[in-house]
Ligand binder design. Structure first.
Ligand SMILES: [Zn+2]
Length: 254
């Protein structure tokens, strides 16, 4: 069920992203930015134009939170905190691929359309007009999958997570990243999970089902990766030895 047009969804994504850029500190560390942009650009090159026309905007938020997201309208946000979990370019590609997978599969549209809040439609209309003070704004922010930033958690369904995992793994492989890394990434995530679950984990549980499914799909994704490798299309994005700690954690709003 998809009630909203692509134009409406894109506008919601764009407006939310603009708001986040105003509210959250943005990393100015050159090496960190280069690394994230290098991985994200390699991925977005291979995203079908039907999902987004033109350039994707990629912003590195200076926050200790373990988080990343992609929004309709061609927006990607990566928090510096998640770079302490992703060991290398391949694992960051797995995260970005997964998040872009949610956009490709129109998950936010389905979530918002299925929302029981009757005036989400009004909120969407107001948003398209650029009105920022809207009742139930929280609902569409949560629906877009970025609610954790605002303390509104609306986890993706198992079916959505599973779709994003498969689409994301294939996308990273088509972009020249070794899809095996998606498994190591979620294993790393599950280790964090045991101590204090970061907010990202509440929307993206790193469970055995996920890891098993990613492992099973490897035989397909690996073929795409090997084809890229054969052509020498393998990104060389270097993770900086040190990811600077967020300068202004106090400004880091939820
Ligand atoms: Zn997800």
């Amino acid at each position: 069920m998809s009630l909203y047009s692509d134009t409406e969804l894109n506008q919601m994504g764009i407006n939310s992203f603009e708001q986040m850029k105003k509210e959250m500190p943005i990393s100015t560390d050159i090496d960190t930015n280069n690394f994230v942009h290098c991985v994200a650009n390699a991925i977005t090159k291979n995203v079908p134009k039907s999902a987004h026309q033109g350039e994707w905007e990629v912003v590195v938020f200076d926050s200790a939170q373990i988080n990343a997201f992609a929004l309709p309208g061609g927006k990607i946000g990566v928090y510096t905190g998640i770079l302490n979990v992703t060991e290398n370019q391949q694992q960051l590609a797995a995260i970005i691929g997964h998040e872009v997978g949610h956009v490709l599969e129109h998950h936010s549209n389905e979530r918002l359309s299925a929302s029981k809040v009757s005036n989400v439609g009004l909120a969407v209309a107001a948003l398209a007009l650029g009105t920022s003070d809207v009742d139930n704004k929280g609902m569409w922010i949560a629906g877009l999958g970025i609610g954790v930033q605002y303390g509104l958690i609306m986890p993706y369904s198992r079916a959505h997570e599973s779709e994003a995992d498969i689409v994301g793994q294939e996308l990273m492989a088509h972009s020249g990243f070794d899809p095996k890394a998606s498994i190591k990434l979620w294993q790393n995530m599950s280790k964090i999970n045991k101590d204090a679950p970061p907010e990202f984990m509440s929307t993206h549980p790193a469970n055995d089902t996920r890891i098993k499914q990613l492992s099973e799909h490897l035989s397909i994704s690996n073929g795409f990766y090997l084809a890229q490798k054969k052509q020498g299309n393998v990104p060389q994005c270097v993770k900086p030895k040190v990811i600077p700690k967020p300068v202004s954690q106090k400004k880091d709003k939820k």
